[in-house]
Design a protein around this ligand. Structure first.
Ligand code: UFG
Length: 344
């Protein structure tokens, strides 16, 4: 029997790629999204890739009765992947209540429905941001959680705790927390990808928009950090590899293979790459010269972080496989496709 998975935030960047991988693994997908930071035509892209149009409900998960109506309409939902959330670190500092309200109420509404509608498990979209600047690298799942640097980061920590407390209370659900490092790239078809609103805050969309001429130059935030070339280091994970981690985690839940009440996995490559290394890898992968300049540090940036991903490799049987240059080429192909479609 085909299992039905509810993907909240399924028209977003990671949600859309995960929907594709779920469908290709034989799952039926129902997407819920309020389209606050995504477009409905993402469904066309998904359908072109997989040949299957996922069911779609435009619902705001802060609305408890609208959320319940989704479970009534699709009684076969047996698993949930919860992506739906506001995710801009800077904006969260300006609008903390929006972030706390949206990110926390949505999770509470979704969790509340699970026992009543017989939903077996949930995968939560968490972040390595919970580790802050780790004292020891690479960060493992046991690395201490540091006080959050932003309301956004705090919502990830609080949501992890809400899930843990709910499972501890005896709720008959299984839960897996996936802590992502920095997701980048786009589907190789260039039919889906990252679509930031306005001026991008994240490195890769800013970089590809600079390369295509939308932005004049890329600012590299700092070259005086304690790293080999002075720029910050991150663990950049290909969004398609990341999407596949969700399929492994969901299958683990569906096949009753989880061994801890709440399992936690780092999802990254296990390798750190500096901003300058990334720029040069992009130039090599695409043959496009990038206009960039070094500027001062960005407030709130972590100096360096990358993950130990042994647990995901061993227990989930998942591994990030795509070489960085292919990932960067996919981001560039996507940017060019947006231009061809007249979107950006
Ligand atoms: N950077 C630049 N110039 C830019 C944008 C970014 O040099 O125009 C640098 C940043 O200083 C940082 C690196 O590129 O060193 C990556 O920055 P991103 O903004 O792409 O990503 P962050 O690591 O700051 O944050 C991301 C997500 C968060 C998540 C966090 C976890 O945006 O949601 O990873 O580490 F919480």
């Amino acid at each position: 029997m085909k299992e039905t998975i509810l993907v909240t935030g399924g028209t977003g960047f990671i949600g859309s790629h995960t929907t594709v991988e779920l469908q290709q693994a034989g799952y039926d997908v129902v997407i819920v999204d309020n389209l606050s930071n995504s477009r409905e035509d993402v469904l066309d892209g998904i359908e072109k890739i997989t040949g299957i149009r996922p069911a779609f409900e435009k619902v705001d998960l802060r609305d408890a009765s609208a959320t319940e109506a989704v479970f009534q309409k699709y009684p076969k939902i047996s698993g949930i992947i919860h992506f739906a959330a506001s995710k801009a670190v800077g904006e969260s500092v300006q609008k903390p209540l929006l972030y706390y309200h949206n990110n926390i109420v949505s999770l509470i509404n979704v969790l509340s429905m699970m026992p009543k509608y017989g939903v077996k498990g949930i995968i939560f979209s968490s972040s390595c941001t919970v580790y802050g600047q780790p004292d020891v690298l690479p960060a493992t799942e046991e690395t201490p959680i540091k006080k959050a640097e932003s309301p956004y980061g705090n919502t990830k920590q609080i949501n992890e705790e809400i899930i843990e407390d709910t499972v501890k209370s005896g709720s008959p659900i299984k839960a897996i927390l996936l802590r992502y490092f920095n997701p980048i790239g786009a589907h190789p078809s260039a039919l889906i990808g990252e679509m930031p609103n306005g001026v991008p805050q994240n490195l890769i969309p800013y970089l590809t928009q600079t390369a295509i001429g939308i932005r004049k130059e890329l600012s590299v935030f700092g070259d005086d950090y304690d790293t080999p070339d002075g720029s910050c280091i991150r663990d950049y994970i290909y969004v398609v590899d990341l999407a596949k981690a969700h399929v492994c985690a969901m299958t683990r839940i569906m096949e009753d293979k989880t061994t801890e009440p709440v399992e936690v996995y780092n999802i990254g490559t296990g390798r750190g790459t500096s901003v300058l290394e990334l720029i040069h890898a992009f130039e090599k992968a695409t043959g496009v010269k990038l206009n960039y300049k070094i500027v001062g540090r960005r407030a709130g940036d972590i100096e360096k972080v990358w993950g130990n991903v042994d647990k995901a490799n061993k227990v989930l049987g998942w591994k990030a496989e795509t070489p960085l240059e292919d990932v960067l080429a996919s981001a560039w192909k996507w940017q060019c496709a947006l231009r061809e479609r007249g979107i950006m």
